[in-house]
Design a protein around this ligand. Structure first.
Ligand code: HEC
Ligand SMILES: [Cu+2]
Length: 415
């Protein structure tokens, strides 16, 4: 009776759960979000062929292991019920003599295991070959990027195909790529082992010191993606993140043109602070109707809006910050193209740092408050980081809050 009631209740519960689930699915909620599997780094939501191949493989493994589970569990259940001792006499009976086994069953089990392994191995090997490098038929169209891991940030290097011989461009922690084109990524490391992973697109492949590795990926369409170092690499490993921004090919070339420019000098005359220098960003919209600059609503639009100057720039403050940048020895670690003496390579290049959505290895939003928090005490944000240890401690860098505000204004002007 009680069992019946339990079963009945369970059934009703499952039914109402099912009703909720189908309602949610009908209202546009995906099963991923229903199960809480729709995070920014979800591998269940794939946006490119490499991640899709990896997910398919995961499902194949799940199906095979689920089938094994069902078979083993039913045999176990059957044996438990069928051979249960039902009377005290049966319980105290001497156990039956043990046999030495049944060769047919044993060989059969080995064969079944091999079969199950083969089912998993075939797509696995195919997947490994597929994800390793850009497929031959797409090779000619591939865009090549070099990604280098540092404790605890990523450097990305690009070539401007439109301008042969223009040299290499560099960004820190934000990788911008053309959508719909295969991206061949050379993986390097400057110090210890890191691992490159963009869950919705591709990964993980190790970045190994003194050894060239590679991976490829393709973003189906323009978007903003979250990435992460996936190999323990020291104190701030968990804070070693990055972003991938996929743009339409035309937007991508416009962005490259914009990035090729030297750092932006904000004239103290105040006029002409904006537009002309950003003419190359043809289809990037800034605060137009229908375009949300709100990061939570549309990270990609917010990223695009970030390419343009901040409102209310203060040229005097920016100029003060520009001088402080070398007075405080920031220039010894950071490159700013066009800024005499700013040729350091120990930290991320800052020529266009103001146009990124994040700083400090994808951990802080790139706004005045967080920039100040970072340059005020980088060690408090990322324990052990090199800017703190080799800069603030070794060079004895001290900043007053006026210095910080001026430096922040300068950094924000670097669009
Ligand atoms: C000893 C070298 C060194 C010095 C000196 C130094 N930095 Fe850095 N800086 C770094 C490193 C390394 C990072 C990356 C840290 C990380 O994310 O782990 C960094 C990160 C940054 C970032 C974030 C960039 C990004 O894309 O994430 C900014 C902004 C910055 N530094 C500004 C400054 C300013 C301003 C000064 C001078 C007050 C300065 N740095 C001095 C090495 C240095
Ligand atoms: Cu790392």
């Amino acid at each position: 009776m009680r069992l019946h009631k339990f079963l009945h209740n369970s059934f009703t519960n499952i039914r109402s759960l099912g009703a909720v689930a189908s309602l949610a699915l009908l209202s546009g909620c995906s099963w991923q979000s229903l199960l809480g599997l729709d995070g920014k780094q979800s591998t269940f939501i794939t946006e490119g062929p490499v991640a899709r191949t990896q997910l398919d493989l995961f499902y194949v493994t799940c199906y095979v292991t689920f089938a094994i589970f069902v078979i083993v569990a039913s045999i176990l259940a059957y044996a438990t019920i069928k051979f249960k001792a039902r009377t005290p006499a049966e319980e105290s009976a001497i156990p039956p003599e043990e046999g030495h086994g049944n060769p047919l069953i044993e060989v059969g089990l080995i064969a079944a295991s091999v079969f199950a392994l083969v089912i998993i191995a075939v797509p696995t090997l195919k997947g490994i070959w597929y994800t390793y490098d850009v497929p031959v038929e797409e090779k000619a169209n591939a865009y090549e990027i070099t990604a280098t891991g540092y404790q605890w940030w990523f450097k990305f290097e690009y070539l401007n195909e439109q301008v042969p011989g223009a040299g290499v461009l560099t960004t820190g922690n934000e990788l911008v790529v053309p959508a719909g084109r295969p991206i061949h990524v050379n993986l390097r490391s400057m110090d210890v082992m890191h691992s490159f992973w963009i869950p919705k697109l591709a990964g993980k492949v190790d970045m190994i010191p003194n050894r060239g590795n590679l991976l490829w990926f393709k973003a189906d369409k323009p978007g903003y993606f979250w990435g992460q170092c996936a190999e323990f690499c020291g104190d701030s490993h968990a804070l070693m993140r990055f972003r991938v921004i996929a743009l339409s090919p035309r937007d991508f070339n416009d962005w490259l043109d914009q990035q090729s420019k030297s750092y932006r000098v904000v004239a103290s005359t105040g006029s002409g602070l904006g537009k002309a220098q950003f003419a190359s960003l043809r289809s990037f919209k800034e605060n137009e109707p229908g375009v949300s600059g709100d990061f939570e609503v549309s990270p990609l639009d917010a990223w695009k809006a970030k390419q343009f100057p901040e409102k209310n720039e203060n040229p005097e403050l920016i100029t003060r910050g520009m001088h402080l940048f070398s007075e405080k020895t920031c220039n010894t670690c950071h490159m700013i193209r066009g800024y005499a003496g700013a040729v350091g390579v120990a930290g991320p290049e800052l020529t266009h740092v103001g146009s990124r959505t994040t700083i400090a290895g994808g951990n802080l939003d790139n706004n005045a408050e967080q920039l100040q928090r970072w340059i005020h005490n980088p060690g408090a944000v990322k324990p052990g980081n090199k800017m703190w240890v080799n800069g603030y401690l070794l060079n004895n860098i001290k900043l007053t809050s006026e210095d910080e505000v001026a430096l922040v204004a300068f950094l924000q002007s670097l669009k």
